[in-house]
Design a protein around this ligand. Structure first.
Ligand SMILES: Nc1ncnc2c1ncn2[C@@H]1O[C@H](COP(=O)(O)OP(=O)(O)O)[C@@H](O)[C@H]1O
Ligand SMILES: [Mg+2]
Length: 137
């Protein structure tokens, strides 16, 4: 079932992140889509907080990947700067997925490498509200 959540404030994003954090298990991959400014990194920050991360979570746009530890080890990737799938091979995505929670911003380029049970969330921003679309299984 396709779910649509309107995020009128940061509190709404926080609430959604908490709800999703409660469902996550080791090995889960969360793919985040949406334009610049749509709220992907902020959602990730709240998700990490609800997974017990106490460190500051920042955008990995320049470094490609940040790692955190909370209730699970967490990898946070931003693939915005990747322009060929081959560049992803160096990251060893599959091994990465196994023993942690992996959160991927701009996941389009990695589409074929994502696991079958990937949780996809699409963010849209219309200038005032943000909307999150995702599948509930
Ligand atoms: N639900 C929200 N309500 C208000 N501001 C938000 C919300 N979600 C994100 N923001 C703010 O919007 C800006 C862009 O969000 P960000 O998560 O960096 O976008 P993205 O990673 O998709 O480029 C940030 O300043 C962030 O704090
Ligand atoms: Mg971002």
């Amino acid at each position: 079932m396709r779910e649509k959540v309107i995020l009128k404030s940061k509190k709404d994003t926080d609430r959604l992140a908490k709800k999703i954090a409660e469902t996550l298990q080791l090995g889960d991959v969360i793919a985040l889509y949406g334009e610049l400014g749509a709220g992907k990194t902020f959602f990730t920050q709240r998700l990490c907080k609800h997974l017990g991360v106490t460190e500051n979570v920042s955008s990995p746009s320049y470094v490609l990947m940040n790692e955190y530890s909370g209730k699970f080890p967490i990898a946070h990737l931003d693939l915005y700067r990747i322009d060929a799938e081959e560049e992803l091979l160096e990251l060893g995505l599959h091994d990465l997925f196994e023993n942690r929670i992996t959160i991927i911003e701009w996941a389009e380029i990695a589409e074929r490498l994502l696991p079958e049970n990937v949780k996809k969330i699409r963010f849209e921003f219309d200038g005032s509200d943000r909307i999150a679309y995702f599948e509930i299984t």
